[in-house]
Design a protein around this ligand. Structure first.
Ligand SMILES: Nc1nc2c(ncn2[C@@H]2O[C@H](COP(=O)(O)OP(=O)(O)OP(=O)(O)O)[C@@H](O)[C@H]2O)c(=O)[nH]1
Ligand SMILES: [Zn+2]
Length: 337
């Protein structure tokens, strides 16, 4: 009967055997790594992490050949896009022995809430929004703050504009005018009407980029439009992993025809603004910069204080009141955690 209670003794026994099983599995993984490490390894060579499965990685060598690699434990978690040193074993598999300093890193929380690196050495992050499902300015602001704090170039792509008539496009343009005024690039696009894709390709250029955005905005459709040989690249990566197509859950780095790279991470929907201080948050609103440090009170919250330089900028029309409201909203949500 399913309702029967187990005795504490039985529970302990089950727990012990589970722990032992886990231990044995760890030992086996360790043995595999040891065997690889003990074998004749070639001298270290440069490579790039192009797919990340957690336990094993795919590293592209300088000659573009793909190698499944284990990672020396002391290196910590690696990310797609990492530049590494690795050593090949006779099997062709290898061991990553060093990781180069990253110029940027995008992380996201795992199920336990701990930040895990997803994409390294990015140059730009494209926030993809769409006219259906309709976009939300506050969400765009959260993305832009996160991107500013990572220290990479932001870009806003407005997809599915084929769904709008001229009046509709004007309305969307007006809603996004603030972002253009601040200095953000806003690119209208349609994967269906093949509109705006050349401008997007030009902007991706020879950089390393990633697309982020809510479900259904058309990220996958854009990736397909930008990568004519997506299937070939995906198949090569899947073959290298040795366990079929795991492409729906794996972060992968693809080569753009224009020379750049696109990291596609199905898991990256939004970044968490983890542990952002008020000062960092202010810096994430890039148009606030000229006013920061000019308020009468050093700890000004820019809400009601007399002599607040930001409130004055809003009154003058230099700063969009909706952006200041977004700042307060994000600050409150961070404080409430
Ligand atoms: N009208 C129109 N529909 C589009 C366009 N691009 C994508 N779609 C449609 O929007 C839906 C979602 O597209 P996806 O590419 O799967 O969106 P996604 O952002 O990758 O979604 P997730 O995988 O859930 O994150 C699909 O039905 C697409 O056919 C476009 O330019 N115009
Ligand atoms: Zn102030």
């Amino acid at each position: 009967m399913s309702g029967r209670r187990l005795t504490r003794r039985q529970i302990e026994r089950i727990r012990d055997s589970q722990a032992q099983r886990r231990e044995r599995a760890r030992d086996r993984a360790g043995d595999a790594a040891e065997a690889l490490l003990d074998g004749d390894l070639e001298p270290p060579q440069a490579g790039r992490v192009v797919a990340n499965h957690g336990a094993s990685l795919i590293v592209a060598a300088a000659d573009a050949s793909l190698h499944r690699c284990l990672v020396r434990q002391n290196l910590g978690a690696l990310a797609c896009g990492d530049h590494v040193l690795w050593q090949a074993a006779r099997s062709g598999d290898g061991v990553v022995v060093a990781v180069e300093p990253r110029r940027s890193l995008l992380s996201r929380p795992d199920y336990g809430g701990r930040l895990k690196p997803v994409a390294a050495n990015l140059d730009q992050v494209a926030v993809v929004i769409a006219v259906a499902p309709d976009f939300n300015e506050f969400l765009i602001d959260r993305y832009l703050v996160a991107i500013a704090l990572i220290g990479v170039e932001p870009l806003i792509v407005v997809n599915k504009i084929d769904l709008l008539d001229d009046a509709g496009r004007e309305r969307v343009d007006a809603r996004l005018a603030t972002y253009r005024r601040i200095g953000y690039t806003v690119l209208p696009a349609s994967t269906r009407a093949a509109h705006g894709l050349d401008a997007l390709r030009a902007r991706l250029g020879s950089h390393t980029s990633i697309l982020v955005g809510q479900s259904g905005v058309g990220k996958s459709s854009l990736v397909q439009a930008l990568l004519p040989d997506l299937d070939i690249q995906t198949r090569a990566l899947s073959a290298a992993t040795g366990h079929g197509t795991h492409t729906t859950t794996t972060t992968m780095l693809y080569h753009l025809p224009g020379g750049g790279e696109l990291i596609d991470s199905p898991g990256v929907r939004s970044f968490e603004l983890a542990e952002v201080s008020p000062g960092e948050l202010e810096r994430g609103f890039v148009e606030f910069a000229p006013y920061l440090g000019h308020c009468r009170f050093g700890d000004c919250s820019h809400r009601v204080e007399p002599g607040c330089a930001l409130l004055a900028a809003v009154a003058e029309g230099a700063v969009d009141p909706r952006r200041l409201a977004a700042f307060h909203q994000i600050r409150d949500s961070l404080a409430a955690r």
